[in-house]
Design a binder for this molecule. Structure first.
Ligand code: AMP
Length: 398
């Protein structure tokens, strides 16, 4: 069982909040997209309103275990301060005597943002000493960084048992509750659409979903490995040859379980993946030699739309085409629009699908946008996320 942040008494307590402030910077080193900071505000505000002292920590980029000004969280501190409309104290490090002193002097409602956790190799190595030093800063631990829960790092796992009071933040709770509902009590029919390029990332997810869904659709480059496994000509489309065998096994499993598994029936093809490249739509599944499938065709789109609109629960993860390059974005943007039209529960995950939902302007029409990336996929695979396991305590209510 995992406690919710709302169940804890935070008055006058030093609360370590692990957030995901891994945001992009512009060429002048300012925060380019503050969505992740904004998303963490409810948890931070809850701590402050409850009389707690917020010690906020995050990683940013891959600074390789040593300080690198390029990856400093200073611009984030500035933006956070604007958003919270209060001072954000920003020490030069995330551990050490100076930080300890600052933390010791904190008053109710004060905010400290620690410097990038990955400036120390101990973070990713889940080093016990580094974990201890982080844990020594606080009396309560809160994790609100869903996207980091699949990694056993010092700030997500190592330090957690060293602090008595622990809870999930509001973002983590929402993710866990929504994705758990999907896995354990979806309203049926429940269908899933998986796309993207890397078959290897999604095989485990497909395997687990085959135990749960009523229908499964596959799109994107991934579909070509499955089509090839069925003996369909795929021209020069992207195929992971080493995964053909596993793909064939999954197709067979779906057949035995009588689950409707749909693969593209037609494609938008080109000779190369390049903006403005000559392209055409095929009439069938087969792709002529020298051409590559770069988006789903109109027949496939129609079939997938029908499944989506006929379902009460829909999960979508991964683009159905090379959507960054015109004109191969159409299928993915149309899928986003169809998700928005669904009257059922809709869950969209994966950076590319989220981007497509934004491009289509329908983000507010999706029930849940899952921000987890790898963590979302591992959750859907049915794996235990180490960061969630660390938060578990006997007898809690959530
Ligand atoms: P993934 O990281 O596995 O989710 O894959 C996402 C990437 O797959 C995006 O960058 C898409 O451009 C790419 N993609 C999707 N469909 C295709 C395709 N048919 N051919 C080449 N790349 C594709």
């Amino acid at each position: 069982m995992i406690k919710s942040l709302e169940e804890l008494d935070l008055k006058e307590k030093r609360v370590f909040i692990r957030v995901d402030f891994n945001v992009p910077y512009d060429s002048q080193g300012r925060v380019k997209d503050d969505a992740r900071i904004v998303a963490s505000l409810p948890t931070i505000r809850h701590v402050l309103d409850a009389g707690g002292k917020a010690i906020i920590a995050s990683h940013l980029g891959r600074p390789k275990g040593k300080p690198d000004p390029k990856y400093s969280l200073m611009p984030v501190a500035a933006r956070l301060s604007e958003l919270l409309e209060r001072e954000v104290i920003f020490p030069e490090d995330c551990i050490g005597d100076a930080v300890k002193k600052l933390v010791g002097e904190m008053r109710e409602g004060e905010v400290i943002l620690l410097e990038n956790l990955r400036f120390h190799p101990g973070e990713e190595a889940n080093d016990p000493l580094f974990s201890e030093r982080l844990a020594s800063l606080a009396e309560v631990y809160v994790n609100d960084a869903f996207g980091t829960l699949h990694r056993a790092h010092a700030s997500t796992v190592g330090m957690v048992p060293l602090i008595k009071e622990k809870a999930a933040g509001l973002l983590v709770l929402k993710e866990v509750q929504t994705l758990s509902r999907l896995l354990h009590e979806p309203e049926r029919p429940f269908v899933a659409l998986l796309g993207g390029a890397k078959v290897s990332d999604k095989l485990g997810v497909i395997e687990n979903l085959l135990k749960l869904v009523d229908g499964l659709m596959i799109g994107g480059a991934m579909a070509y490995t499955f089509l090839k496994a069925k003996g369909v000509e795929v021209g020069s489309s992207l195929v992971e040859d080493a995964k053909i065998h596993q793909a064939a096994k999954l197709l067979e499993r779906a057949r035995i379980k009588d689950i409707r598994l749909e693969l593209p029936q037609d494609h938008v093809v080109a000779k190369e993946l390049k903006e403005g490249a000559e392209f055409k739509t095929t009439n069938s599944r087969e792709i002529p030699a020298g051409w590559m499938g770069l988006d789903i065709g109109p027949k496939t789109l129609e079939a997938y739309e029908k499944q989506i609109l006929g379902a009460k629960t829909v999960l979508w993860n991964g683009p159905v085409g090379a959507f960054e390059t015109e004109p191969f974005e159409k299928g993915t943007v149309e899928i986003a629009r169809t998700m928005a039209k669904s009257t059922g529960m809709t869950v969209v995950g994966g950076g590319d699908s989220l981007a497509a939902v934004k491009v289509a302007g329908v983000a507010d029409k999706i029930t849940h946008l899952s921000t987890g990336g790898g963590a979302t996929l591992e959750f859907l695979e049915g794996k235990v996320l180490p960061g969630l396991k660390a938060l578990e305590i006997e007898g809690a209510s959530a």
